[in-house]
Every structure is written in structure tokens, then in C-alpha cells.
Write a protein that binds this ligand. Structure first.
Ligand code: SAH
Ligand code: SF4
Length: 398
């Protein structure tokens, strides 16, 4: 269970209008410094200092930056902030999963401040942060709650990176926090990270926000900063075929495919983007994904929908379809949400299905649902109207 007890719920209030530097890349930081009069010959050094305070140490205030002159710290604080997305609500599940509802700044003509969700899933040997790439989604997969919310807009680079910064703040995952907690409890070594993996499996279709997601992942994986290995970052796509190779070339993270059906006729209904990019095209893009090997497999996600895609014939067809692709298969028990038309397959059926997949050489494929009691599990994210009634909550955890 993350220790969320001793830090205040939201970052200190910042006078409106100050632009946050948290989440910017080096060029953005350099431009911000130049704009307040830092001379050209100092820009590289000052940018390096800011970068390191923001991304290595997790500074949330300019005053903390002890190697930056007092005068420059004051000028920075006058004009800028290091604010993260604002927390509207933080919920901790019985299983330790944490979900944040975050409020972002209004852009353009937006009537109100948009909201997104980010989820942290602690496990024994790893901690996974599930981040959003869009506010809502243009696609309408039949089993997905996010798909019922229309697209508001793409997230900006800083809003994507900001989710990682905020999660590290809240669960105490900066080196200073870890050192303090290791000294207190001697339970966890100071260099053992809590967030070990990042998955782009929150709200939105990340390949429809290609440039921003790519640039954000470049910041998150920068070895001199947050330093998440690209092998521990996974982008999940519903199958935007023309962007898959480009993602591999330009971003080089791990890839997950939301497959969910092995026949076009059914996948057309469950994952409507299939009408544009059918299964054969999707498989061809997977076979040629840059860097694919037995050590870098593609994960195929398959949501278990009762009497829809869970027959043993489907399991056999799935194994056949993936033959020859270095693959992992993730069977995801369907997570219900209020008003959803589907039901989760019976447990015995999931086991029978898994056995066929197992026998074909794919290990431990069933993904245990996490955070269902706070609607934080796969496909339950939707940032509007989350004031669920007690009855709806029961549906979510039954
Ligand atoms: N848009 C991207 C990433 C976000 S969805 C994509 O579709 O891949 C992350 C994963 O959760 C996808 O595999 C998605 O199909 C799955 N998912 C969506 N709704 C779900 C639900 N109600 N139960 C279980 N998994 C779900
Ligand atoms: Fe969008 Fe992914 Fe949900 Fe489909 S499953 S509606 S692509 S978020």
C-alpha cells in the first residue's frame, strides 16, 4: 500500500496565470529561461540544472534549487510554477491500486476544465502506472467505458509527463522520499523504484495523439531524468495500423494490441476501427514491428466477454492467428461498468480458454482485475459523472 498519509492532497496553490515548467522538454525549458532574460551563454547550463531538479529530484518549488542563484530562483518563481495536474479526487482500492481524477487547464474555447484519470497498480515485483493520452476517445469499442465519452482533445506533452510526476509525488517515489522511507523502515532500499513500468492504457487511443505521446515518452525515458527504460514502457493500441511501424521507429517502446476477436465479422463490432484496418493488416504490421524478437514480444490483449468471444474454438483460432509472432497473450476478465451491454465470461470458461493458450506455450495469461472497487480497472476509466450510486458501485465489483 503506498504511503499517502503525510503529503498534502494537492500541490500548493499557485497564483493563476503562471505557466508550469513541469513536463517541458529541454528546448521548452531553454525557451522559458531565455524569456526571462537568462543570457545565451548560460542557457545550456541553466537548462541542465532545471531539468535535473524537475526530473531527477522531483522539485516542486524553485526555492529548493540550491545550485541556482537566489536571484534567478526568485525570477523563475515570479513568472513560472512547477505545478502538476490538479487532483480532484484520489481513491485507494482495497488491493492498493490508486486512481487519481485530475483536472487540467482549459485550452482554447473549452467550456470547462477537462479531467482525466491515471492509475497506479502496485504488485509484489513491480509497480505499474497506467496513463491517459487523450481526454475521451474517438473510438467506440463496445466493451469500453472510455469509448462512451466523446473526445474532448488530445493531451499535451506536459500533461502526459505531468501524470508521471504527480504519481511519483503522491506515492513518494522520488529519490529523496525513498531515502527517507528506507531510513525510517529499512524495508525498501533507497534505489528501489515504486513505479517500474508505464503503460499507455488509460483513456484514449495513443496513436491518434502520436507526436505528443512520442515526445512525452522521450522525456519519461531520458536516461538523465526520469530514466524509465523503453522496455518498461508499453503503448496499447486498438489497431491504428498505419502508425504502428512509425511508432516502433520513432519511439521504440513495447507494444500491446487490443485484439479481442479473431474474426473480422466479430472484431468489426467489438473494436470498430477493425472496419478500416482488418485483422490481416493488423497482423502484418505486428510481424514487422521494429525491434520485435523473443526478448521483445508484442502483448495481445483479449477481453473475456461471456458468449461473445470466449469459445474454445476462438482460443484455438487465437493461437493459430499469432503463430510465428513473438507474442504474449493477456486474457483480461471483462470489467463491467454501469450500463455496459457485456458480461464477463464465467471463471471456468476463462480457465478452459487459458489452458488452450497455455498449452500453445503462452505462460500465465490471465490478468487479475485490479482496483475494480474504485472503477480503476481496464476500460472502466471515464472522467465524467463519476459520482456513482451505491448500486452502481456494487455492479462494478460484483
Ligand atoms: N485505446 C487503447 C488503450 C486504452 S484501453 C487501446 O484500446 O488499446 C486499454 C486496454 O483495456 C485495451 O486492451 C482495452 O481493450 C481494454 N479494455 C477496455 N475496456 C475494458 C473493459 N471494460 N474490461 C476489460 N478491458 C477493457
Ligand atoms: Fe478508445 Fe481503447 Fe476504449 Fe477502444 S478500448 S474506446 S480505443 S480507449
Amino acid at each position: 500500500m503506498p504511503d499517502l498519509s503525510n503529503s498534502p492532497l494537492s500541490t500548493p496553490p499557485v497564483p493563476a496565470g503562471k505557466r508550469s515548467l513541469a513536463g517541458l522538454d529541454r528546448a521548452g525549458l531553454g525557451a522559458a529561461l531565455a524569456a526571462i532574460g537568462v543570457p545565451d551563454q548560460q542557457l545550456k547550463m541553466r537548462t541542465g540544472q532545471l531539468w535535473s531538479w524537475i526530473y531527477v529530484r522531483g522539485a516542486t518549488a524553485f526555492e529548493a534549487m540550491s545550485d541556482v542563484s537566489k536571484d534567478l530562483r526568485a525570477r523563475l518563481a515570479q513568472v513560472y510554477s512547477l505545478e502538476r495536474p490538479a487532483i480532484v479526487r484520489e481513491q485507494v482500492s482495497q488491493d492498493g491500486t490508486v486512481k487519481w481524477l485530475l483536472r487540467l487547464a482549459r485550452r482554447g474555447h473549452e467550456a470547462r476544465q477537462p479531467e482525466i484519470e491515471t492509475v497506479y497498480i502496485p504488485e509484489v515485483d513491480r509497480g505499474t502506472l497506467c496513463i491517459s493520452s487523450q481526454i475521451g476517445c474517438t473510438l467506440t469499442c463496445s466493451f469500453c467505458h472510455t469509448g462512451t465519452q466523446r473526445l474532448v482533445r488530445n493531451l499535451e506533452v506536459a500533461e502526459i509527463v505531468g501524470q508521471v510526476l504527480l504519481a511519483r509525488d503522491r506515492i513518494g517515489d522520488w529519490p529523496g522520499d525513498r531515502l527517507a522511507s528506507a531510513q525510517e523502515t529499512s524495508a525498501r532500499s533507497a534505489d528501489e523504484r515504486k513505479i517500474t513500468n508505464v503503460v499507455l492504457m488509460g483513456m484514449g487511443e495513443p496513436l491518434y495523439n502520436f507526436d505528443n505521446v512520442r515526445d512525452a515518452m522521450a522525456i519519461v525515458s531520458d536516461g538523465d531524468g526520469l530514466a524509465m527504460s523503453k522496455r518498461r514502457i508499453t503503448l496499447s493500441t486498438s489497431g491504428v495500423v498505419p502508425e504502428i511501424a512509425r511508432w516502433g521507429e520513432q519511439a521504440g517502446t513495447m507494444l500491446a494490441i487490443s485484439l479481442h476477436a479473431v474474426r473480422n465479422e466479430l472484431r468489426d463490432k467489438l473494436v470498430p476501427i477493425n472496419r478500416k484496418y482488418p485483422i490481416a493488416d493488423l497482423m502484418a504490421a505486428c510481424r514487422t514491428y521494429p525491434g520485435l524478437s523473443n526478448a521483445r514480444r508484442i502483448t495481445f490483449e483479449y477481453v473475456m466477454l461471456k458468449d461473445v468471444n470466449d469459445s474454445l474454438a476462438d482460443a484455438k483460432a487465437l493461437v493459430k492467428l499469432l503463430a510465428g509472432i513473438p507474442a504474449k497473450i493477456n486474457l483480461i476478465p471483462f470489467n463491467p461498468w454501469p450500463g455496459s451491454a457485456h458480461a464477463c465470461s464465467d471463471w471456468e470458461q476463462i480457465e478452459r480458454f487459458a489452458e488452450i493458450v497455455n498449452r500453445a506455450g503462452y505462460a500465465s495469461p490471465v490478468r487479475t482485475p485490479r482496483g475494480r472497487d474504485i472503477m480503476a480497472a481496464c476500460g472502466q476509466l471515464r472522467s465524467e459523472s463519476l459520482n456513482l450510486s451505491a448500486r452502481e458501485r456494487k455492479v462494478a465489483i460484483s
